[in-house]
Design a binder for this molecule. Structure first.
Ligand SMILES: Nc1ncnc2c1ncn2[C@@H]1O[C@H](COP(=O)(O)OP(=O)(O)OP(=O)(O)O)[C@@H](O)[C@H]1O
Ligand SMILES: O=C(CO)[C@H](O)[C@H](O)COP(=O)(O)O
Length: 290
């Protein structure tokens, strides 16, 4: 945690919608005049796509499993070191993992490769992380302890899978069968390294569909925002101004003392209403400290 160099992290599984939520944050940052340094979680993968394929085969030959959810396929020590360095000095290094042709074009790089490490803007107001491991804690690393605001994005799992299958087939060139195989293979790492993070988060946004998603593997469409609700859970209810939220968000209600439910179509607005005061507070403390 750092008053001078705060870190905001959005953590969630692959297909949860963290990239979509990143857009909501970038709108808030723009409106508030905040200059973030943006870190993508996938840039901390340990291997490029070709090496990952080779390593996966080596693991399988030894009856072991290597997946992008677990510590062996990610440089979690480097992620922790970046968060530590940023929170102490506001400096560090970043790179990108290129998923497809479109992402690679500006860099002249092929899908499945990394851009070179480069120093981050040393005049940023805060670090914003979006990805798989923003709140990870293992025997070796504790990334969560450096994060000033940790937000979980967690659709119920059937919806998460539908979103992943759609995105990977449409934008990343995978077949639906290949995505199902990846989901299956990642399950142990999902349980051990992804879900425990949602106990460290300050706020979770969980999208719950109101249409039948009982067989996510044949679903043709992602349930729309209007076909869903969003459950927003605060670890510390004292950080929440529930009367304000209930007043601002039509048709919202509380389902528990620390939990707000809003219509799915209001997810963006709810994020803005809930998170803008928290971000203001972080920036105000930074300003007062000078
Ligand atoms: N609230 C939402 N309502 C409708 N569709 C959504 C919502 N959030 C995400 N999606 C859809 O789900 C898919 C996955 O979302 P997104 O790419 O943001 O996931 P991600 O968590 O960033 O995945 P990865 O970490 O693998 O990049 C996208 O097709 C996106 O349009
Ligand atoms: O979603 C993921 C992790 O968040 C991807 O599976 C991972 O980044 C590997 O990507 P690719 O299959 O494009 O090489």
């Amino acid at each position: 945690m750092s008053v001078a160099h705060p870190i905001i992290a959005v953590t969630g599984s692959s297909g949860a919608g963290t990239s979509t939520v990143k857009q909501a944050f970038s709108d808030m940052f723009r409106r508030e005049g905040i200059r973030p340094v943006v870190i993508e979680g996938d840039s901390f993968h340990r291997y490029d796509r070709q090496t990952m394929k080779e390593k996966t085969a080596e693991y399988e030959a030894q009856s072991k499993i290597l997946t992008h959810f677990g510590p062996e396929a990610n440089e979690l020590e480097k992620l922790e070191a970046l968060f530590r360095e940023y929170s102490e000095r506001g400096t560090g290094k970043k790179r990108l993992y290129i998923h497809n042709e479109e992402e690679g074009e500006p860099y002249g790089q092929a899908p499945g490769t990394f851009t070179p490490w480069e120093p981050i803007d040393s005049n940023s107001h805060l670090l914003f992380y979006e990805g798989l491991h923003g709140g990870v804690v293992t025997d070796q690393v504790n990334v969560a302890r450096y994060v000033d605001l940790l937000v979980g994005v967690v659709p119920v799992v059937n919806l998460e899978w539908i979103q992943k299958i759609h995105r990977d087939c449409l934008n990343r060139g995978y077949s639906s069968e290949a995505v199902v195989q990846i989901i299956l293979k990642r399950m142990p790492d999902y349980v051990h390294y992804i879900t425990p993070q949602f106990s460290h988060t300050h706020i979770n946004f969980q999208r719950v569909p109101l249409v039948d998603t009982s067989n996510p593997f044949i679903a043709r469409d992602i349930p729309t925002p209007d076909e869903s609700k969003v459950v927003i859970r605060f670890r510390d209810p004292h950080m929440a101004d529930f009367p304000y939220y209930l007043n601002m968000l039509k048709d919202s209600y509380m389902s528990r003392a620390n939990t707000l439910v809003v219509p799915g179509g209001k997810m963006g607005l709810a994020m803005e209403i809930v998170l803008t005061p928290v971000i203001h507070d972080i920036m105000e403390k930074k300003r007062v400290r000078g």
